[in-house]
Design a protein around this ligand. Structure first.
Ligand code: HXC
Length: 258
């Protein structure tokens, strides 16, 4: 499908979505967020796709919600149209592994979108922040909740209250990103990681993601029980039989995604 605000490509089982409004630092307008949801819907249904990368064109991942679009909204526009809840959170509910490759600014809604992904790979040029307070609002797409879970209360509070940006090194130290890479290696490395994930059993990777995500939503005991039940269920898959047989027979596993 051709989009106005996204570039989309596949490399075997890996899908890459590039947010593509570089003149506006990929500011997230309604069109972009809707198109992103459409593409994620399509790849969630597509059995050929095993892992997706989300990145940005130019010098930003995304510099936030589109302020020029947002500024004219009234309370009733925001509440009545269910702003954000209506179409922003598709990345968080996407069932296959989703990697954010953050190449530059990830601010406001851009930082929130990156945090909805399963993990963040950052280039040395990445900058993260929740600067909404400078605009007379606060984070509205999960920033106060997800950033706090990633980096702890003290740093999240400071960032949300001052709007200060953190660079890639601080983001890695704080646990917001899994790894920092040289800018010119970011996409290649993200693709290599995505290929590795996509080569695993699809249902097992999806259940693993579901189980890690459950740790955000549950108390430890319930989370461990959820993990245990999923783990037990994996013994009903062909891929468990194949993965363990391949180890014993000293050969690479050939998963059938069943
Ligand atoms: C609309 C934006 C934008 C945004 C940048 N642009 N961010 N347009 N919405 N969020 C546009 C600029 O207006 C400008 O367009 C062009 O992109 C380049 O930006 P500059 O400011 O000229 O670049 P620079 O001087 O390098 O500064 C980069 C920057 C700055 C520090 C990232 O652009 C900035 O502070 N942007 C806003 C960041 C922000 O406050 N994000 C939070 C948004 S609120 P023109 O036409 O002038 O060339 C939010 C709420 C989330 O996200 C809640 C959930 C929806």
């Amino acid at each position: 499908m051709a989009y106005e605000t996204l570039l989309v490509e596949t490399d075997g089982p890996v899908g890459v979505i590039t947010l593509n409004r570089p003149d506006a630092l990929n500011a997230l307008n309604d069109k972009l967020v809707t198109e992103l949801g459409q593409q994620l819907d399509a790849w969630e249904r597509d059995p050929a796709i095993g892992c997706v990368i989300l990145t940005g064109a130019g010098r930003a991942f995304a510099a936030g919600a589109d302020i020029k679009e947002m500024r004219v909204q009234s309370y009733m526009d925001a509440y009545g149209n269910d702003f954000i809840t209506r179409n922003w959170e598709r990345a968080a509910s996407f069932r296959k592994p989703l990697i954010a490759a953050v190449n530059g600014f990830a601010l406001g809604g851009g930082c929130e979108l990156a945090m909805m992904c399963d993990f963040i790979l950052a280039s040395e040029a990445a900058k993260f922040g929740q600067p909404e307070i400078n605009l007379g609002v606060m984070p509205g797409a999960g920033g106060t909740q997800r950033l706090t879970r990633f980096v702890g209360k003290s740093k999240a509070m400071e960032m949300c209250l001052t709007g200060r940006m953190m660079d890639a090194a601080e983001a890695e130290r704080s646990g917001l990103v899994s790894r920092v890479l040289p800018a010119d290696k970011l996409i290649d490395e993200a693709k290599a990681v995505a290929q590795k994930i996509a080569s695993q059993s699809r249902p097992i990777a999806m259940m693993t993601k579901e189980s890690v995500n459950a740790s955000y939503e549950t108390m430890l005991r319930q989370g461990v029980m959820f993990e245990r039940r999923l783990f037990h269920s994996m013994f009903a898959t062909d891929d468990q039989k194949e993965g363990m047989a391949a180890f014993v027979e000293k050969r690479p596993a050939k998963f059938s995604n069943k």
